[in-house]
Design a protein around this ligand. Structure first.
Ligand SMILES: Cc1cc2nc3c(=O)[nH]c(=O)nc-3n(C[C@H](O)[C@H](O)[C@H](O)COP(=O)(O)O)c2cc1C
Length: 173
C-alpha cells in the first residue's frame, strides 16, 4: 500500500505539520508541496492520500485556501479515486478567525467526495473553541483542524491521536 502526503502553504506551518505527521506515520511517502506538481496524475498510483490545507481567504465560499489547492480543485473532481482513502488536515486560527475556523478543509473534502474517494480522519468538535466553521459537519470536523497560532500547545497530542486514528482507518499505514 502506498500513502502520499501533500500540502500547500503560505507561511510554512502546514509544511511543518506535514513533516511532523510523516514522522508519526513512518510508512507514508515523504510530504510533497502541491505547488511543485504540474498535475495530480500521481494520485492515481496511490492507495491513500493525506492532504494539508491552510485557510487564508476568510469568509470566501470558493477558493478558501488561498494556496495552490485552489487551482487544483477541478482537477481533483476529474479523477476517479474510488476505493482510495483520503484524509485532510487543516491549519487555521480559532481565536482571530473564529467565525471561519479552518473553512478550507470542507471545500477540499467536497471535491474528493466528487472524485469518489472514501473520506476518513474525521475528528470530534469537542476540545475546540470557535464560533463557526464550514468544516464542522454535525458533531465532527471533516478532518483534523490544527491551530498553530493560538493553540500550538495542543498540536502534539492532536497530531498523535490523529496519526493513530489514520493507522486504524487506512490499511497499509
Ligand atoms: C490574512 C489572514 C487571513 C486568515 N484567515 C483565516 C481564516 O479565515 N480561518 C482560519 O482558520 N485561519 C485563518 N488564518 C490563519 C492561517 O490559516 C494560519 O496562520 C495558518 O497556520 C497558516 O498556514 P500556512 O503557514 O501553512 O500558510 C488567516 C491568517 C491571515 C494572516
Amino acid at each position: 500500500m502506498t500513502i502520499g502526503i501533500y500540502f500547500a502553504t503560505t507561511t510554512g506551518k502546514t509544511e511543518d505539520i506535514a513533516e511532523r505527521l510523516h514522522e508519526q506515520l513512518g510508512s507514508a511517502n515523504p510530504p510533497k508541496d502541491l505547488a511543485d506538481l504540474s498535475d495530480l496524475s500521481e494520485f492515481n498510483q496511490l492507495d491513500g492520500i493525506i492532504c494539508g490545507i491552510p485557510t487564508w481567504n476568510t469568509g470566501a465560499d470558493t477558493e478558501r485556501s488561498g494556496t495552490a489547492w485552489d487551482n487544483m480543485l477541478d482537477d481533483i473532481s476529474d479523477l476517479n479515486l474510488t476505493g482510495k482513502k483520503v484524509a485532510i488536515f487543516g491549519l487555521g486560527d480559532s481565536s482571530t478567525y473564529t467565525e471561519n475556523f479552518c473553512d478550507a478543509m470542507e471545500e477540499l473534502h467536497s471535491y474528493f467526495v466528487k472524485a469518489g474517494a472514501t473520506m476518513v480522519g474525521y475528528v470530534s468538535k469537542s476540545g475546540y473553541t470557535f464560533d463557526d466553521s464550514k468544516s464542522a459537519i454535525g458533531d465532527k470536523f471533516c478532518g483534523l483542524p490544527l491551530d498553530e497560532d493560538s493553540e500550538s500547545d495542543l498540536t502534539d497530542q492532536r497530531l498523535e491521536a490523529w496519526a493513530n486514528q489514520l493507522k486504524s482507518e487506512i490499511s497499509g499505514l
